[in-house]
Ligand binder design. Structure first.
Ligand code: NA7
Length: 532
């Protein structure tokens, strides 16, 4: 490995792989470090049964290469984790990416040399590399959250976090399984585990909204039509709110007749997927508009659950529909009609401790052979915070972000020149299609590097006042929606002690793309362009 490169990239998921490809194509030397033993990031680790993307395959795939786009055939509307991993591996091979990736290697330290403005990057394996630019492509959902439950370590059976699933799979046949967590991962895996396990106890603290994914196999005709229309599809996606070619109903949910509203929700329900939360443009702006979606949802869901008492527990009461990312499922609520599936309401009786053979709640003991932790992530900032990143004046990034992440456009951080954080706080991030978002960010960074080189400059650094303005704008935009009213991981609410700050930019993917393009066109307004 070279001791000196132009760019170090941390992470070989969708963002890191494209960063490598793009920057290498521009003639830069690039070294990628990846903690896993293969490419794929979140799709490398999250191998639990039922894992699938909730963005359509045709959209959740790279757009940068027309031949790739035309050659690859997705088999289903929503791809499974194994299919996405095959795709990412295909991309790595097709563009000969592996030769610049060091796998099984975790970056620990990044330190700025204030004289040269170069970064010294160190890994757990003892590598030391000097880089002019550092790109953090560590992913917003990559630091798994292990719950601090007393006695978890003393549990005798298997303990499987959905985000660290054994590569060889797990056979639950004949086992008494407990699943803790009913977020997106829990909701995807519970129906699959229920099909195998002898008994399944689902330990639910907070109920979640989920809509049927509406997954279908893709036939040749559909694929051909999609591919023929790819250019337009991508154009619409780049201008859209969330990075897929979706358009909401043109009117407010409250400005249409009951029949028209119902028909619009019915149509979205039949199409399936997360876009149910965007049927009307104001669904996440006012409680009244949101209630129309919520009532429709409740009616649909209660109708498929046999036991009204169970249904009551499965209907969320604490947040507007869509203020947490709507989950998508394949017969999740129907799973509770099975004789071998039991819902445990932790709101009534919380988990007190785990013992070798099971789980104690405040009012019962459940004998369990295997535990599945579908307990989510320290999202958005968790994986960045694991790195010791030292910028100007010896300040660490964790110190700079002690009150919550502070960025300019999500990309730049004051005091940390030439360090770019991809698809993290201050950008649309998890609210958008992460593949196109990664491309947008990487292209912006590549252009910025090209600009510096063309102007004989060495570094780009966000100005503190630009950061302050952007943080304020992000927070005001969020406050104008219902999004911060839910105790979501968007706000860090799932991690005890984490500052309560709404982290993603809610203004829309297309709007954001225009803003960062305008900043670049204006000579990187808000950044200091530092000359030698
Ligand atoms: P989430 O959405 O954060 O869900 C985690 C779940 O785990 C949620 O139901 C939590 O309940 C539950 N949880 C966490 N800690 C505990 C403890 N200590 N006791 C009981 N229950 C607990 O993570 P996911 O992996 O499902 O999804 C994350 C994103 O990945 C998803 O939005 C997609 O975009 C992909 P709580 O709500 O905190 O009461």
């Amino acid at each position: 490995m070279p001791a000196k490169v132009d760019v170090v990239v941390v992470g070989a998921g969708f963002a890191g792989l494209y960063a490598l490809h793009k920057l290498r194509s521009e003639g830069l030397t690039v070294q990628v470090f990846e903690a896993g033993d293969g490419v794929g990031g979140v799709w490398y680790w999250n191998r639990y049964p039922g894992a699938r993307c909730d963005v359509e395959s045709v959209d959740y795939s790279y757009s940068f290469d027309e031949a790739l786009q035309q050659d690859w055939d997705w088999s289903e509307k929503y791809a499974t984790q194994p299919e996405i991993l095959r795709y990412v591996n295909h991309v790595a091979d097709r563009f000969d990416l592996r030769r610049n990736i060091k796998f099984g290697t975790r970056v620990t330290d990044m330190a700025l040399d204030e004289e040269t403005l170069r970064w010294e990057v160190q890994t757990e394996s003892g590598d030391v590399v000097s880089a002019r630019f550092c790109i953090l492509a560590v992913g917003p959902l990559s630091n798994a959250n292990f719950p601090a439950i007393e006695g978890l370590d003393s549990f005798d059976g298997g303990v499987y976090h959905t985000a660290h699933w054994p590569h060889e799979g797990v056979d639950f046949t004949g086992r008494r399984v407990g699943v803790i967590g009913t977020g997106s991962s829990g909701i995807q895996t519970i129906p699959r585990i229920a099909e195998q396990a002898a008994q399944l106890h689902v330990f639910q603290r907070t109920a979640n909204y989920s809509v049927p994914a509406g997954n279908v196999p893709l036939d040749d005709e559909t694929r051909e039509a999609q591919k023929a229309n790819y250019t337009e599809r991508r154009r619409l996606s780049m201008a859209s709110g969330g990075g897929s070619p979706h358009e909401a109903h043109p009117k407010s949910a409250l400005d249409v007749s009951e029949e028209e509203r119902r028909a619009a929700y019915e149509k979205r329900w039949e199409l399936g997927g997360v876009l149910f939360s965007k049927a009307f443009p104001d669904q996440l702006l006012t409680v009244d508009a949101n209630d129309t979606a919520r009532v429709f949802w409740e009616e649909k869901v209660r109708a498929v659950i046999d036991d009204p008492e169970v249904a009551e527990l499965l209907v969320p009461k604490d947040h507007p529909i869509g203020a947490k990312r709507i989950c998508t499922d394949d017969r999740y609520f129907q799973t509770y009609n099975r004789d071998n599936v039991h819902l445990v309401n932790l709101r009534a009786a919380p988990i007190e401790r785990i013992e070798a053979g099971g789980v104690h709640t405040a009012d019962a003991y459940y004998e369990i052979d295997d535990l599945v932790l579908a307990t989510g992530f320290d999202a958005m900032t968790g994986s960045v915070e694991k790195l010791r990143i030292v910028g100007r004046g010896g300040e660490t990034l964790n110190e700079a972000w002690a009150e919550g992440p502070k960025t300019y456009l999500g990309l730049g951080i004051a005091g940390f020149p030439n360090l770019f954080n991809l698809t993290g706080p201050g950008s649309p991030s998890v609210l958008a299609n992460m593949v196109l978002h990664s491309e947008l960010h990487v292209n912006w960074v590549a252009d910025a590097i090209g600009y510096l080189d063309a102007h004989g400059a060495v570094a780009l650094e966000a100005r503190p006042e630009a950061v302050a303005d952007w943080v304020k704008e992000c927070s005001e935009r969020a406050a104008a929606t219902l999004m911060p009213t839910a105790n979501s991981w968007y706000l860090g609410a799932n991690i005890p002690g984490k500052p309560r700050v709404f982290m993603p930019f809610v203004g829309g993917f297309g709007v954001y793309g225009r803003i960062i393009a305008e900043v670049a066109a204006a000579g990187y307004k808000g950044f200091d362009v530092i000359e030698e």
